[in-house]
Ligand binder design. Structure first.
Ligand SMILES: [Ca+2]
Ligand SMILES: [Ca+2]
Ligand SMILES: [Ca+2]
Ligand SMILES: [Ca+2]
Length: 183
């Protein structure tokens, strides 16, 4: 991770430093040997005896004011707690199917349909009615293969349209014909 740092007061390095990029590198490398300086530039802020260093990019740290503070990351997934949609569950990808701000890894209802993931027959497709026309445990909303119908009732009330296995049906009669004849 890299973080852009707006200002870094180098007067604390002993004051009166030579105002060169090389000197800045030496100062930062001494004060923070674990940090890799990726790029930067020197600016003069106009205060006598003080020099500020603008727009430093430093690897693997955040510099906050005059202190280096690594952001808290309770689950060690490299997403700081403040930005993490599951701060106590490692989820580096931060996937959030329903965009409710709670990551899939810690969201008990990933599609916000009111049916908890533990019982939802389509936990990434909102289907509060849980309709499962072919009773295979996969809801119609996410079932790529629904069928075949086995009873006439399954064809009625528009049910025929739910099926695509072994084929789609043109209408209720077509569906009932399949139930009765297998064709
Ligand atoms: Ca984290
Ligand atoms: Ca979510
Ligand atoms: Ca759900
Ligand atoms: Ca199904």
């Amino acid at each position: 991770m890299t973080d852009n740092v707006g200002r870094w007061d180098v007067s604390q390095g002993g004051g009166g430093m030579t105002l060169t990029w090389d000197a800045m590198e030496v100062f930062l490398a001494t004060a923070h040997p674990n940090y890799q300086i990726l790029s930067g530039s020197v600016v003069e802020d106009g205060y006598p005896g003080k020099v500020y260093f603008d727009l430093i990019t430093i690897g693997d740290c955040t510099l906050d004011g005059h202190d280096d503070i690594a952001p808290a990351d309770g689950d060690n997934d490299n997403v700081p707690d403040d930005d993490d949609n599951c701060p106590t569950t490692a989820n580096p990808g931060q996937q959030d199917n329903d965009n409710d701000g709670t990551g899939d890894a810690c969201d008990a209802d990933d599609d916000n349909d009111g049916v908890p993931d533990t019982t939802d027959n389509c936990d990434f497709n909102a289907n509060p009615n849980q309709t499962d026309s072919d009773n295979d445990g996969i809801g119609d909303a996410c079932d790529t293969q629904t069928g075949p119908p086995t009873t006439a009732n399954q064809c009625k009330n528009g049910g025929w349209a739910n099926y695509n296995v072994p084929r789609s049906f043109k209408n209720q009669g077509d569906c009932m014909q399949f139930v009765n004849t297998g064709k």
